[in-house]
Design a protein around this ligand. Structure first.
Ligand code: NZQ
Ligand code: ZN
Length: 380
């Protein structure tokens, strides 16, 4: 195991009606001028936005509101949010939505404390030294951004991520009742994304990481058991509690403590959703993950076998991968990249772009663009 230095200060308000306590939590934090940010309007339809606003009003907190973040969010929109933060002296950004809304807030929060262009954080390696505080009311458990140090944004045909402790939310509301209105494709994509956040850490060549491995295996088994219940019944509160916890903890860094992490599947997927923003992150991961597993399995067959046995309950690596594919199918996910309507020529563009900045991606097996292309092709 490697050394680590870990602190996760995000307070979690978990359970029924907790979004109605957001005003009190903001007041307790001493914040006075809040910018509420939301997406394409689901929070208006569901009444979540109105409930959050009422909670702030009840505490006498001044707030501004901006909606319109789209999935696969853009730097341009984040810059609009940043401008409001600066012109209105905002002291807390409150994201009411999913990963796209939260990441928009994170980019704006860091951008508001930086003289240059926020794109520098993603392309020039500029370190985030400060950010306005961000809090969240989560409406879809998936990206894990409600506890993560990461943010991902699209600009100029690229989808890039970066990390900083300064953008980890100060608090997040995780009320499973807010997830009942999710369409089935988003439920499935969310469950698969959170599983991937654990896989990216679980598939490591670092040895003596039994504590985190055992917990990662348990967390993925919980996702495997509860995901299909939600496809069957999207109002299953108890199943959402399990999935809500897996999703929030999957990406807060815990499962990777003391590991070298991988992240090749995420890097490959981000290229696809940059190429075509209509591709949902979790759906891309559902197709790429089994293809990646087959491609890299010989690097560390013991670890792959541990996955097959302890997570999927199978006696061979191939049976384990096939069982994972069967689970993705039960969740209603596509199995082949061609189902996105992609042209095969796009694969080469994405493979080149995936390795353009770092030469290789992933750590379980370091992949050059020729390897990435093979994985894309096998998934096509
Ligand atoms: O925009 P609205 O109208 O709200 O609709 C959204 C959106 O269309 C809808 N939705 C959300 N909550 C709902 C709901 N519909 C009905 N009822 C509800 N309760 O769901 C759609 C997807 O929302 P989005 O925020 O895009 O989903 P998600 O949370 O999966 O976020 C995906 C983004 O996060 C990034 C992804 O790459 C992608 O850009 N990620 C961010 C990470 C991070 N910051 O740590 C890590 C992840 O690996 C990921 O890369
Ligand atoms: Zn993800």
């Amino acid at each position: 195991m490697l050394n680590f230095n870990y602190c996760n200060p995000t307070r979690i308000l978990f359970g029924r009606d907790e979004h109605k306590n957001v005003g009190a939590q903001i007041k307790a934090g001493g914040f006075e001028r809040v910018l509420i940010v939301y997406g394409g309007g689901s929070v208006i339809k569901t009444g979540t936005l109105a409930a959050v606003q009422a909670s702030l009003e009840a505490e006498g907190i001044e707030y501004f509101t901006i909606g319109g973040v789209r999935p696969n969010p853009t730097l341009d929109f984040a810059n609009r949010v940043k401008a409001i933060c600066q012109s209105s002296s905002i002291d807390l950004l409150l994201a009411v939505g999913g990963g796209s809304v939260i990441d928009t807030c994170k980019v704006a929060a860091a951008g508001a404390c930086y003289e240059g262009d926020a794109w520098d954080f993603f392309t020039k390696g500029v370190k985030i030294e400060r950010a306005l505080p961000v809090a969240t009311v989560l409406t879809i458990p998936a990206a894990g951004s409600e506890q993560s140090i990461r943010m991902v944004i699209n600009h100029n045909g690229l989808k890039l991520g970066t990390a900083s402790e300064h953008i980890r939310p100060v608090f997040s509301v995780v009320n499973p009742e807010l997830f009942f209105t999710l369409p089935k494709e988003q439920i499935a994509a969310g469950v698969i994304d959170m599983m991937s956040h654990i896989f990216e850490r679980y598939f490591t060549n670092t040895t003596n990481v039994d504590f985190t491995s055992a917990q990662a295996e348990a967390a993925i088994r919980v996702a495997l058991a509860n995901g299909p219940k939600l496809i069957e019944n999207p109002s299953d509160y108890d199943a959402w509690c399990q999935i809500g916890m897996v999703g929030s903890w999957a990406h807060n860094g815990y499962f990777g403590l003391g590991h070298v992490e991988d992240w090749a599947c995420h890097a490959m997927e981000h290229e696809l959703s940059a190429f075509d923003p209509a591709i949902t992150h979790g759906a891309g991961l559902a197709i790429l993950t089994p293809a990646w597993m087959r491609y890299v399995q010989n690097v560390n067959p013991e670890r792959m076998m541990q996955f097959a046995k302890n997570i999927m309950g199978k006696d061979s690596i191939e049976e384990g991968i096939a069982a994972l594919e069967a689970f993705y199918a039960v969740m209603g996910m596509p199995a082949r990249l061609r189902e996105f309507g992609l042209d095969e020529a796009a694969l080469e563009v994405c493979a080149t772009s995936a390795c353009a900045r770092t030469k290789t991606i992933g750590n379980f097996r370091k992949l050059e663009s020729a390897h990435v292309l093979k994985i894309y092709q096998s998934a096509f």
